[in-house]
Design a protein around this ligand. Sequence first.
Ligand code: EPU
Length: 420
Amino acid sequence: MDKLIIEGGVRLEGEIRIAGAKNSALPILAATLLTSDKVTICNLPHLFDITTMLELLGCMGVQPVIDEKLNVEVDSSTITDLSAPYELVKTMRASILVLGPLLAKHKRAEVALPGGCAIGSRPVNLHITALEAMGADIVVEDGYIKASVKDRLKGAHIFMDMVTVTGTENVMMAACLADGQTIIENAAREPEVVDLALCLIAMGADISGHGTDTIVINGVSDLHGCTYSVMPDRIETGTYLIAAAATRGKIKVKDTRPDILEAVLLKLEQAGADIKVGEDWISLDMHNQQPKAVSLRTAPYPAFPTDMQAQFTALNSIASGTGSITETVFENRFMHVHEMNRMGALIKVEGNTVIVEGAETLKGAPVMATDLRASASLIIAGLVASGETIVDRIYHIDRGYECIEEKLQLLGAKIRRIPS
Ligand code: EPU
Protein backbone atom coordinates (compact mmCIF):
# COMPACT_ATOMS: atom_id res chain seq x y z
CA MET A 1 0.00 0.00 0.00
CA ASP A 2 1.32 3.46 -0.91
CA LYS A 3 2.39 5.80 1.88
CA LEU A 4 2.95 9.54 2.04
CA ILE A 5 6.02 10.91 3.77
CA ILE A 6 5.81 14.48 4.97
CA GLU A 7 8.59 16.68 6.40
CA GLY A 8 6.56 19.21 8.36
CA GLY A 9 7.19 22.83 9.23
CA VAL A 10 6.98 24.50 5.81
CA ARG A 11 4.60 27.46 5.33
CA LEU A 12 2.41 26.77 2.29
CA GLU A 13 2.61 29.49 -0.35
CA GLY A 14 1.46 29.69 -3.96
CA GLU A 15 -1.47 28.98 -6.24
CA ILE A 16 -3.33 25.81 -7.20
CA ARG A 17 -6.33 24.86 -9.30
CA ILE A 18 -9.32 23.04 -7.85
CA ALA A 19 -10.70 19.93 -9.56
CA GLY A 20 -14.30 19.03 -10.34
CA ALA A 21 -16.42 17.94 -7.37
CA LYS A 22 -16.31 14.21 -6.60
CA ASN A 23 -19.74 14.24 -4.98
CA SER A 24 -21.31 15.93 -8.03
CA ALA A 25 -19.47 13.85 -10.58
CA LEU A 26 -20.61 10.53 -9.06
CA PRO A 27 -24.39 11.16 -9.25
CA ILE A 28 -23.98 12.86 -12.65
CA LEU A 29 -22.26 9.73 -14.00
CA ALA A 30 -25.13 7.64 -12.59
CA ALA A 31 -27.64 10.01 -14.24
CA THR A 32 -26.27 9.10 -17.69
CA LEU A 33 -28.17 5.80 -17.23
CA LEU A 34 -31.44 7.75 -17.56
CA THR A 35 -31.06 8.24 -21.30
CA SER A 36 -30.09 6.14 -24.32
CA ASP A 37 -28.44 9.21 -25.86
CA LYS A 38 -24.80 10.16 -25.43
CA VAL A 39 -23.97 12.37 -22.45
CA THR A 40 -20.60 14.15 -22.31
CA ILE A 41 -19.28 15.11 -18.90
CA CYS A 42 -16.50 17.67 -18.54
CA ASN A 43 -14.32 18.69 -15.58
CA LEU A 44 -14.41 15.21 -14.05
CA PRO A 45 -11.78 14.89 -11.31
CA HIS A 46 -9.12 12.19 -11.69
CA LEU A 47 -9.97 10.10 -8.68
CA PHE A 48 -10.25 6.51 -7.66
CA ASP A 49 -13.99 6.86 -6.93
CA ILE A 50 -14.58 8.16 -10.45
CA THR A 51 -12.68 5.19 -11.89
CA THR A 52 -14.84 2.90 -9.74
CA MET A 53 -18.05 4.50 -11.05
CA LEU A 54 -16.78 4.17 -14.65
CA GLU A 55 -15.92 0.53 -13.90
CA LEU A 56 -19.44 0.01 -12.54
CA LEU A 57 -20.93 1.42 -15.76
CA GLY A 58 -18.54 -0.89 -17.66
CA CYS A 59 -19.85 -3.93 -15.72
CA MET A 60 -23.34 -3.05 -16.92
CA GLY A 61 -22.22 -3.11 -20.56
CA VAL A 62 -21.92 0.68 -20.86
CA GLN A 63 -18.50 1.69 -22.21
CA PRO A 64 -17.56 5.27 -21.28
CA VAL A 65 -15.15 6.86 -23.78
CA ILE A 66 -12.53 9.37 -22.66
CA ASP A 67 -11.60 12.01 -25.27
CA GLU A 68 -8.34 13.94 -25.72
CA LYS A 69 -9.53 16.68 -23.32
CA LEU A 70 -10.28 14.00 -20.68
CA ASN A 71 -14.02 14.54 -21.03
CA VAL A 72 -16.05 11.36 -20.65
CA GLU A 73 -18.76 10.40 -23.10
CA VAL A 74 -21.28 7.86 -21.84
CA ASP A 75 -23.60 6.01 -24.20
CA SER A 76 -25.82 3.83 -22.06
CA SER A 77 -27.82 2.43 -25.00
CA THR A 78 -25.57 -0.65 -24.86
CA ILE A 79 -26.59 -1.59 -21.29
CA THR A 80 -26.97 -5.34 -20.75
CA ASP A 81 -26.75 -5.89 -17.00
CA LEU A 82 -28.91 -4.01 -14.48
CA SER A 83 -26.87 -4.77 -11.39
CA ALA A 84 -24.16 -3.28 -9.16
CA PRO A 85 -22.04 -6.12 -7.74
CA TYR A 86 -20.86 -6.27 -4.13
CA GLU A 87 -17.17 -6.13 -5.22
CA LEU A 88 -17.69 -2.55 -6.42
CA VAL A 89 -20.28 -1.40 -3.88
CA LYS A 90 -18.01 -2.42 -1.00
CA THR A 91 -15.25 -0.16 -2.33
CA MET A 92 -17.60 2.74 -3.04
CA ARG A 93 -20.95 3.24 -1.29
CA ALA A 94 -21.95 5.88 -3.86
CA SER A 95 -22.65 2.92 -6.21
CA ILE A 96 -26.14 3.05 -4.62
CA LEU A 97 -26.74 6.05 -6.93
CA VAL A 98 -27.43 3.72 -9.88
CA LEU A 99 -30.52 2.31 -8.13
CA GLY A 100 -32.91 5.18 -8.95
CA PRO A 101 -31.81 5.63 -12.60
CA LEU A 102 -31.87 1.88 -13.40
CA LEU A 103 -35.30 1.43 -11.88
CA ALA A 104 -36.75 4.50 -13.61
CA LYS A 105 -35.33 3.74 -17.05
CA HIS A 106 -35.19 -0.09 -17.11
CA LYS A 107 -37.79 -0.99 -14.44
CA ARG A 108 -35.40 -3.28 -12.65
CA ALA A 109 -32.20 -3.02 -10.58
CA GLU A 110 -30.10 -5.16 -8.27
CA VAL A 111 -27.64 -3.24 -6.15
CA ALA A 112 -25.55 -4.76 -3.38
CA LEU A 113 -26.60 -3.35 -0.02
CA PRO A 114 -23.76 -1.11 1.22
CA GLY A 115 -22.54 -2.10 4.69
CA GLY A 116 -21.41 0.21 7.49
CA CYS A 117 -18.14 2.05 7.06
CA ALA A 118 -15.42 3.87 8.99
CA ILE A 119 -17.65 6.88 9.72
CA GLY A 120 -20.89 5.19 10.77
CA SER A 121 -23.59 2.64 10.01
CA ARG A 122 -24.91 4.65 7.03
CA PRO A 123 -28.17 2.85 6.19
CA VAL A 124 -30.00 3.44 2.89
CA ASN A 125 -33.53 2.84 4.26
CA LEU A 126 -34.72 6.27 3.12
CA HIS A 127 -33.70 5.58 -0.50
CA ILE A 128 -35.69 2.35 -0.36
CA THR A 129 -38.87 3.66 1.28
CA ALA A 130 -39.02 6.64 -1.09
CA LEU A 131 -38.72 4.41 -4.16
CA GLU A 132 -41.37 2.08 -2.68
CA ALA A 133 -43.65 5.09 -2.27
CA MET A 134 -43.18 5.62 -6.02
CA GLY A 135 -44.49 2.14 -6.73
CA ALA A 136 -41.32 0.03 -6.71
CA ASP A 137 -41.35 -3.53 -5.32
CA ILE A 138 -38.19 -3.87 -3.28
CA VAL A 139 -36.80 -6.82 -1.35
CA VAL A 140 -33.46 -7.06 0.37
CA GLU A 141 -32.21 -10.59 -0.22
CA ASP A 142 -28.79 -12.27 -0.23
CA GLY A 143 -27.14 -8.91 0.53
CA TYR A 144 -28.76 -7.25 -2.50
CA ILE A 145 -31.47 -4.61 -2.91
CA LYS A 146 -33.68 -6.18 -5.59
CA ALA A 147 -36.05 -3.62 -7.05
CA SER A 148 -38.57 -3.74 -9.84
CA VAL A 149 -41.61 -1.85 -11.07
CA LYS A 150 -44.34 -3.21 -13.35
CA ASP A 151 -44.94 -0.20 -15.52
CA ARG A 152 -43.52 3.28 -14.80
CA LEU A 153 -42.62 4.63 -11.38
CA LYS A 154 -45.36 6.96 -10.15
CA GLY A 155 -44.85 10.47 -8.83
CA ALA A 156 -45.28 10.68 -5.05
CA HIS A 157 -45.17 13.13 -2.16
CA ILE A 158 -42.11 12.13 -0.19
CA PHE A 159 -40.98 13.40 3.18
CA MET A 160 -37.38 12.49 4.00
CA ASP A 161 -37.09 11.64 7.71
CA MET A 162 -33.48 12.82 7.69
CA VAL A 163 -31.63 15.06 5.28
CA THR A 164 -29.82 12.64 2.98
CA VAL A 165 -27.66 13.77 0.07
CA THR A 166 -27.49 10.60 -2.03
CA GLY A 167 -31.05 9.71 -0.95
CA THR A 168 -32.34 13.00 -2.37
CA GLU A 169 -30.25 12.44 -5.51
CA ASN A 170 -31.51 8.88 -6.06
CA VAL A 171 -35.16 9.90 -5.71
CA MET A 172 -34.72 13.05 -7.83
CA MET A 173 -33.18 10.98 -10.64
CA ALA A 174 -35.90 8.32 -10.44
CA ALA A 175 -38.64 10.96 -10.40
CA CYS A 176 -37.43 12.50 -13.67
CA LEU A 177 -38.92 9.57 -15.64
CA ALA A 178 -41.84 8.81 -13.30
CA ASP A 179 -45.45 9.27 -14.25
CA GLY A 180 -46.65 12.54 -12.68
CA GLN A 181 -45.29 14.86 -10.06
CA THR A 182 -42.90 14.03 -7.23
CA ILE A 183 -42.34 16.39 -4.32
CA ILE A 184 -39.36 15.72 -2.08
CA GLU A 185 -39.71 17.46 1.30
CA ASN A 186 -36.79 17.88 3.71
CA ALA A 187 -34.58 17.44 0.65
CA ALA A 188 -30.82 17.96 0.88
CA ARG A 189 -29.83 21.48 -0.20
CA GLU A 190 -26.18 20.61 -0.88
CA PRO A 191 -24.62 22.31 -3.92
CA GLU A 192 -23.90 18.84 -5.34
CA VAL A 193 -27.67 18.14 -5.41
CA VAL A 194 -28.12 21.41 -7.29
CA ASP A 195 -25.35 20.49 -9.75
CA LEU A 196 -27.05 17.15 -10.44
CA ALA A 197 -30.41 18.92 -10.91
CA LEU A 198 -28.84 21.33 -13.43
CA CYS A 199 -27.39 18.39 -15.37
CA LEU A 200 -30.77 16.60 -15.35
CA ILE A 201 -32.47 19.80 -16.54
CA ALA A 202 -29.92 20.00 -19.37
CA MET A 203 -31.04 16.42 -20.22
CA GLY A 204 -34.65 17.59 -20.46
CA ALA A 205 -35.91 17.01 -16.89
CA ASP A 206 -38.54 19.26 -15.33
CA ILE A 207 -37.19 20.12 -11.87
CA SER A 208 -37.69 23.13 -9.63
CA GLY A 209 -36.83 23.97 -6.03
CA HIS A 210 -33.33 22.44 -6.16
CA GLY A 211 -31.21 24.20 -3.55
CA THR A 212 -34.25 24.47 -1.23
CA ASP A 213 -35.69 21.79 1.04
CA THR A 214 -38.62 21.15 -1.30
CA ILE A 215 -37.78 19.81 -4.75
CA VAL A 216 -40.57 19.38 -7.29
CA ILE A 217 -40.07 17.05 -10.24
CA ASN A 218 -42.60 16.64 -13.04
CA GLY A 219 -41.85 13.33 -14.74
CA VAL A 220 -41.21 13.31 -18.49
CA SER A 221 -41.28 10.31 -20.83
CA ASP A 222 -37.69 10.61 -22.05
CA LEU A 223 -34.45 12.39 -21.29
CA HIS A 224 -31.91 13.28 -23.96
CA GLY A 225 -28.14 13.69 -24.18
CA CYS A 226 -26.24 16.82 -23.20
CA THR A 227 -22.78 18.15 -22.43
CA TYR A 228 -22.32 19.14 -18.80
CA SER A 229 -19.38 20.48 -16.83
CA VAL A 230 -19.10 19.39 -13.17
CA MET A 231 -18.84 22.22 -10.61
CA PRO A 232 -15.64 22.75 -8.55
CA ASP A 233 -15.01 20.67 -5.43
CA ARG A 234 -15.83 22.74 -2.32
CA ILE A 235 -14.32 20.18 0.06
CA GLU A 236 -11.02 20.04 -1.83
CA THR A 237 -11.02 23.86 -1.80
CA GLY A 238 -11.60 24.01 1.95
CA THR A 239 -8.99 21.36 2.66
CA TYR A 240 -6.18 23.35 0.95
CA LEU A 241 -7.29 26.57 2.65
CA ILE A 242 -7.13 24.86 6.06
CA ALA A 243 -3.73 23.35 5.25
CA ALA A 244 -2.47 26.85 4.42
CA ALA A 245 -3.99 28.30 7.60
CA ALA A 246 -2.45 25.56 9.74
CA THR A 247 1.03 26.26 8.32
CA ARG A 248 0.58 30.06 8.70
CA GLY A 249 0.83 30.33 4.93
CA LYS A 250 -0.56 32.36 2.06
CA ILE A 251 -2.28 30.67 -0.89
CA LYS A 252 -4.70 31.28 -3.71
CA VAL A 253 -7.06 28.57 -4.95
CA LYS A 254 -8.40 29.04 -8.47
CA ASP A 255 -11.31 27.58 -10.50
CA THR A 256 -13.45 27.30 -7.38
CA ARG A 257 -16.73 28.72 -5.99
CA PRO A 258 -16.54 30.94 -2.88
CA ASP A 259 -20.34 31.27 -2.83
CA ILE A 260 -20.78 27.63 -1.69
CA LEU A 261 -18.13 27.81 1.05
CA GLU A 262 -19.60 30.49 3.29
CA ALA A 263 -19.71 28.47 6.53
CA VAL A 264 -16.12 27.30 6.03
CA LEU A 265 -14.72 30.72 5.11
CA LEU A 266 -16.41 32.24 8.16
CA LYS A 267 -14.66 29.74 10.45
CA LEU A 268 -11.32 30.37 8.73
CA GLU A 269 -11.76 34.11 9.33
CA GLN A 270 -12.54 33.40 12.99
CA ALA A 271 -9.29 31.40 13.05
CA GLY A 272 -7.46 34.58 12.02
CA ALA A 273 -7.19 34.11 8.26
CA ASP A 274 -7.31 37.11 5.95
CA ILE A 275 -9.64 35.88 3.18
CA LYS A 276 -10.30 37.54 -0.15
CA VAL A 277 -12.59 36.18 -2.85
CA GLY A 278 -13.26 36.75 -6.53
CA GLU A 279 -15.86 35.07 -8.69
CA ASP A 280 -13.84 31.88 -9.08
CA TRP A 281 -10.94 32.21 -6.62
CA ILE A 282 -10.21 32.49 -2.92
CA SER A 283 -7.01 33.73 -1.32
CA LEU A 284 -5.98 33.15 2.28
CA ASP A 285 -3.16 34.86 4.17
CA MET A 286 -2.31 34.07 7.80
CA HIS A 287 0.34 36.83 7.91
CA ASN A 288 2.56 34.21 9.54
CA GLN A 289 0.37 34.17 12.67
CA GLN A 290 -0.66 31.13 14.71
CA PRO A 291 -4.34 30.25 14.07
CA LYS A 292 -6.91 30.78 16.84
CA ALA A 293 -9.07 27.85 17.95
CA VAL A 294 -12.64 27.85 16.64
CA SER A 295 -15.75 25.98 17.74
CA LEU A 296 -18.22 24.53 15.28
CA ARG A 297 -21.04 22.09 14.76
CA THR A 298 -21.56 20.08 11.58
CA ALA A 299 -25.00 19.88 9.94
CA PRO A 300 -26.46 19.61 6.44
CA TYR A 301 -25.84 22.49 3.99
CA PRO A 302 -25.79 25.48 4.30
CA ALA A 303 -24.38 24.77 7.79
CA PHE A 304 -20.80 23.63 8.37
CA PRO A 305 -20.06 20.44 6.34
CA THR A 306 -19.21 17.16 8.06
CA ASP A 307 -16.65 16.59 5.28
CA MET A 308 -14.55 19.46 6.72
CA GLN A 309 -14.78 18.46 10.37
CA ALA A 310 -11.59 16.39 10.57
CA GLN A 311 -9.51 19.09 8.83
CA PHE A 312 -10.69 21.73 11.35
CA THR A 313 -9.81 19.35 14.17
CA ALA A 314 -6.24 19.33 12.79
CA LEU A 315 -6.24 23.14 12.59
CA ASN A 316 -7.49 23.48 16.18
CA SER A 317 -4.85 21.03 17.38
CA ILE A 318 -2.10 23.61 16.79
CA ALA A 319 -4.18 26.77 17.37
CA SER A 320 -4.08 29.09 20.36
CA GLY A 321 -6.90 28.34 22.79
CA THR A 322 -9.44 25.54 23.02
CA GLY A 323 -12.14 24.73 20.47
CA SER A 324 -15.01 22.28 20.50
CA ILE A 325 -16.23 20.47 17.44
CA THR A 326 -19.59 18.68 17.40
CA GLU A 327 -20.43 16.12 14.74
CA THR A 328 -24.17 15.75 14.14
CA VAL A 329 -24.29 14.02 10.74
CA PHE A 330 -22.37 10.77 11.28
CA GLU A 331 -22.11 8.86 14.54
CA ASN A 332 -18.50 7.76 14.33
CA ARG A 333 -16.40 10.31 12.51
CA PHE A 334 -13.55 10.84 15.00
CA MET A 335 -11.11 8.07 14.03
CA HIS A 336 -8.48 10.71 13.14
CA VAL A 337 -8.43 11.99 16.73
CA HIS A 338 -6.51 9.02 18.12
CA GLU A 339 -3.92 9.28 15.36
CA MET A 340 -3.50 13.04 15.98
CA ASN A 341 -3.05 12.42 19.70
CA ARG A 342 -0.19 10.08 18.78
CA MET A 343 1.42 13.17 17.20
CA GLY A 344 1.09 15.15 20.45
CA ALA A 345 -2.34 16.70 19.92
CA LEU A 346 -4.47 17.27 23.00
CA ILE A 347 -7.91 16.13 21.93
CA LYS A 348 -10.63 14.55 24.07
CA VAL A 349 -13.71 12.85 22.67
CA GLU A 350 -16.89 13.46 24.69
CA GLY A 351 -19.86 11.79 22.97
CA ASN A 352 -20.30 13.45 19.59
CA THR A 353 -18.02 16.36 20.49
CA VAL A 354 -14.25 16.72 20.52
CA ILE A 355 -12.57 19.25 22.76
CA VAL A 356 -9.32 20.35 21.21
CA GLU A 357 -6.77 22.14 23.34
CA GLY A 358 -4.24 23.76 21.03
CA ALA A 359 -0.76 22.26 21.49
CA GLU A 360 2.42 24.32 21.00
CA THR A 361 3.52 21.93 18.29
CA LEU A 362 2.88 18.43 16.94
CA LYS A 363 5.58 15.83 16.40
CA GLY A 364 5.78 13.69 13.29
CA ALA A 365 4.82 10.02 13.71
CA PRO A 366 3.66 7.08 11.63
CA VAL A 367 -0.13 7.34 11.37
CA MET A 368 -2.88 5.42 9.64
CA ALA A 369 -5.61 6.88 7.44
CA THR A 370 -9.08 5.46 8.13
CA ASP A 371 -11.31 7.31 5.68
CA LEU A 372 -11.06 10.00 3.06
CA ARG A 373 -11.45 13.17 5.14
CA ALA A 374 -9.57 11.67 8.11
CA SER A 375 -6.63 11.11 5.73
CA ALA A 376 -6.73 14.76 4.69
CA SER A 377 -6.66 15.85 8.33
CA LEU A 378 -3.63 13.65 9.07
CA ILE A 379 -1.80 15.19 6.12
CA ILE A 380 -2.56 18.67 7.51
CA ALA A 381 -1.26 17.55 10.92
CA GLY A 382 1.88 16.18 9.21
CA LEU A 383 2.44 19.49 7.38
CA VAL A 384 2.64 21.41 10.67
CA ALA A 385 4.40 18.77 12.77
CA SER A 386 8.13 18.86 13.40
CA GLY A 387 10.00 15.97 11.80
CA GLU A 388 8.67 13.21 9.61
CA THR A 389 5.09 11.93 9.41
CA ILE A 390 4.33 8.77 7.47
CA VAL A 391 0.68 8.43 6.48
CA ASP A 392 -0.22 4.82 5.73
CA ARG A 393 -3.27 3.48 3.82
CA ILE A 394 -3.47 6.52 1.58
CA TYR A 395 -5.70 4.71 -0.91
CA HIS A 396 -8.39 6.53 1.06
CA ILE A 397 -7.01 9.91 -0.02
CA ASP A 398 -6.74 8.87 -3.66
CA ARG A 399 -10.49 8.27 -3.64
CA GLY A 400 -11.22 11.96 -3.22
CA TYR A 401 -8.19 14.24 -3.71
CA GLU A 402 -6.69 14.59 -7.19
CA CYS A 403 -2.86 14.54 -7.21
CA ILE A 404 -2.69 15.70 -3.59
CA GLU A 405 1.08 15.43 -3.22
CA GLU A 406 1.72 17.29 -6.50
CA LYS A 407 -0.63 20.11 -5.48
CA LEU A 408 0.95 20.38 -2.03
CA GLN A 409 4.44 20.31 -3.58
CA LEU A 410 3.36 23.24 -5.78
CA LEU A 411 2.63 25.08 -2.53
CA GLY A 412 6.10 24.26 -1.23
CA ALA A 413 5.29 21.26 0.99
CA LYS A 414 7.90 18.56 1.47
CA ILE A 415 5.74 15.55 0.73
CA ARG A 416 6.39 12.46 -1.35
CA ARG A 417 4.71 9.18 -2.11
CA ILE A 418 6.38 5.88 -1.42
CA PRO A 419 4.78 3.25 -3.65
CA SER A 420 4.26 -0.14 -2.05
N1 EPU B 1 -29.16 8.20 6.61
C1 EPU B 1 -30.11 7.31 7.08
N2 EPU B 1 -30.84 6.62 6.16
C2 EPU B 1 -30.69 6.79 4.82
C3 EPU B 1 -29.73 7.70 4.36
C4 EPU B 1 -28.99 8.42 5.28
O1 EPU B 1 -30.26 7.13 8.28
O2 EPU B 1 -31.38 6.13 4.05
C5 EPU B 1 -28.34 8.96 7.58
C6 EPU B 1 -26.84 8.61 7.49
O3 EPU B 1 -26.53 7.44 8.20
C7 EPU B 1 -26.20 9.86 8.04
C8 EPU B 1 -27.13 10.98 7.56
O4 EPU B 1 -28.38 10.33 7.23
O5 EPU B 1 -26.19 9.81 9.44
C9 EPU B 1 -26.66 11.74 6.36
O6 EPU B 1 -26.18 10.85 5.38
P1 EPU B 1 -26.30 11.13 3.81
O7 EPU B 1 -27.24 10.14 3.22
O8 EPU B 1 -26.56 12.56 3.55
O9 EPU B 1 -24.83 10.77 3.33
P2 EPU B 1 -24.46 10.18 1.93
O10 EPU B 1 -25.42 10.67 0.92
O11 EPU B 1 -24.23 8.72 2.04
C10 EPU B 1 -22.96 12.15 1.08
C11 EPU B 1 -21.54 12.31 0.66
C12 EPU B 1 -20.64 12.19 1.88
C13 EPU B 1 -21.03 13.29 2.87
C14 EPU B 1 -22.51 13.16 3.23
C15 EPU B 1 -23.02 14.26 4.14
C16 EPU B 1 -21.57 11.48 -1.61
C17 EPU B 1 -21.17 10.44 -2.59
N3 EPU B 1 -21.22 11.29 -0.34
O12 EPU B 1 -23.06 10.85 1.67
O13 EPU B 1 -19.30 12.43 1.42
O14 EPU B 1 -20.26 13.17 4.04
O15 EPU B 1 -23.31 13.17 2.03
O16 EPU B 1 -22.82 15.50 3.55
O17 EPU B 1 -22.17 12.47 -1.98
C18 EPU B 1 -16.96 12.21 1.47
O18 EPU B 1 -16.93 12.78 0.36
O19 EPU B 1 -15.92 12.00 2.17
C19 EPU B 1 -18.24 11.77 2.02
C20 EPU B 1 -18.34 10.86 2.98
